[in-house]
Design a protein around this ligand. Structure first.
Ligand code: AHR
Length: 501
């Protein structure tokens, strides 16, 4: 298969917001307990945080993390997670039929996030709670002192306020499964009033309002229009969520879901533009794709389990064994986010540890990186700067969910600060090698600085504790720059990260 492409320094999409590579972690399953927090683990620090997990997290250079949910947040009382640990209540978590011990709350999580070098993006409960709880929360977390809530935080040993600027106004409020599910207008009004209260405390706060839970919801995309009509002037971002699977074992159709996601982004961008025009507003609300990932391998089994189990504490839940195919998918989805970084300003992989995660752990034992860790890390490390609009000419295919899907999936980022260009490439062809010829314009004298690949694995190959690095990035070969062109032969079903200086 021959593929030609053009990469031009001046053909830009947008300057990427670093928060495109954010993550999400929820109080569910073993994400927090036995995930990031396990007092008594050989690597645990004085706070009970696992050092092995923390190191893998640090290596991802995650800019921001959404916490504490998810469905969990819609019946969560943040006050349960403050004060002396031994006095904290044990609650039943309605979202996942689990027991919540509240041994980790906002102050513990803040310490962890600070150690990991990550900004917090806090979700508030707009299911069972409302404006009052939200404003008390913001005051407890961010006000320096001299008020009831800020002094309470100080009395809990956290003298300095947390530097939190991003607030999610609830979670998936369109979903009938959500505790406190609402209609669009009802939710839009609540989000607007809650947002105004948050702004009263912090005029610079960035507010994220809930879009649809996914693009298959019966109320999509009317939900977004209805919500934004109520709160457009107050909020800064609208959230998108989407999870993916290949239950029909059709790899090309699975990859075609990335194009489908492009249409989802485009549709919501259109709704934003519509409401903006209707409001005669100068402001452009951004997209915050704050839950995305592959989630299907054990989904059915899990759903059966959690609907009937007897309120376990930190149960095994959504512990997907990701394979090589999933890693190629994640690489492609991140390419799509880069290509649409003009509208998608923030995105968060869901989730981070154990629950649909790039990092897994054994209680009391090892931590390891799943296959999807690698494309996420590559994008986070090298995908910062200006997204370039790569023109690609090559063969395409049709599948159930999309038409004219390119076998060759490419995105590129110019890091003008470092003087580097990174090209992310997935050859999605099942059997054919790609002969790539990419013209480079405006990058005179560019030479190859790095080429890493993921290739040659069975699509079903996974990383497990006894073979933790089976599927990982390796040094690549067969790609080079000649006469101002990036050329190379790329194996079928392969992922490449090529850096030019
Ligand atoms: O990430 C798992 C769940 O998926 C979240 O709790 C919810 O927001 C979404 O439906």
């Amino acid at each position: 298969m021959k593929v030609s492409a053009d990469l031009h320094r001046e053909f830009t999409v947008a300057r990427i917001d670093d928060r495109l590579y954010s993550a999400f972690i929820e109080h569910m399953g073993r994400a927090i307990y036995e995930g990031i927090y396990e007092p008594g683990h050989p690597s645990a620090d004085e706070h009970g945080f696992r050092g092995d997990v923390l190191q893998y997290v640090k290596d991802l250079k995650i800019p921001a993390i959404r916490y504490p949910g998810g469905n969990f947040v819609s019946a969560y009382d943040w006050k349960d997670g403050i004060g002396l640990k031994e006095d904290r209540p044990v609650r039943l978590d309605l979202a996942w039929r689990s027991k919540e011990t509240n041994q980790v709350g906002i102050n513990e999580f803040g310490i962890w996030a600070e150690k990991a070098g990550i900004d917090m993006m806090l979700a508030m409960n707009l299911g069972t709670a409302g404006i009052k709880e939200a404003r008390e929360y913001v005051e407890y977390v961010t006000h320096p002192g001299g008020t009831t809530w800020s002094d309470l935080r100080r009395s809990h040993g956290q003298e300095t306020p947390w530097d939190v600027n991003m607030w999610c106004l609830g979670n998936e409020m369109d979903g009938p499964w959500q505790v406190g599910h609402k209609e669009a207008k009802e939710y839009g009004r609540l989000a607007d009033e809650t947002g105004k209260a948050v702004r009263g405390l912090n005029p610079n706060a960035e507010l994220i309002v809930c879009g649809s839970s996914n693009d298959a919801m019966p109320t999509y995309p009317d939900w977004e229009r209805g919500v934004l009509e109520e709160c457009y002037d107050t909020v800064d971002y609208i959230s998108l969520h989407k999870y993916f699977g290949n239950s029909s074992n059709d790899t090309l159709n699975f990859f075609g879901k990335i194009e489908e996601t492009g249409r989802y982004i485009q549709a919501i961008a259109g709704v934003i533009d519509f409401v903006q025009a209707k409001k005669r507003s100068k402001k452009k609300v951004g997209i915050c794709f704050d839950e995305w990932n592959v989630w299907y391998h054990i989904r059915g089994q899990d759903e059966k389990n959690w609907k009937s189990w007897d309120w376990p504490e930190a149960p095994h839940l959504l512990e997907e064994d990701y394979n090589f195919e999933d890693a190629l998918f994640v690489a492609g989805l991140l390419n799509e986010f880069i290509r649409r970084s003009d509208r998608v300003r923030i995105a968060a992989i869901a989730q981070l540890v154990n629950v649909i995660a790039p990092i897994r752990t054994l209680a009391g034992g090892a931590a390891w990186r799943t296959t999807i860790y690698w494309p996420y890390q590559m994008a986070s490390l090298y995908g910062r700067g200006i997204a370039l609009n790569v023109a690609v000419d090559g063969p395409t295919y049709n599948c159930e969910v999309s038409q004219d899907v390119r076998y060759m999936d490419i995105s590129a980022v110019h890091n003008d600060g470092e003087g580097m260009v990174t090209v992310f490439i997935v050859n999605r062809h099942l059997t054919e090698e790609a002969e790539l010829d990419m013209r480079l314009t405006g990058f005179d004298g560019a030479t190859l600085a790095m080429h890493q690949v993921m290739q040659g694995h069975d699509l079903q190959a996974t990383n497990m504790p006894d073979a933790p690095d089976r599927v990982a990035m390796q040094k690549g070969e067969g790609v080079g720059v000649e006469d101002g062109r990036l050329k190379g032969k790329l194996a079928p079903l392969s992922y490449h990260v090529v850096r030019l200086k």
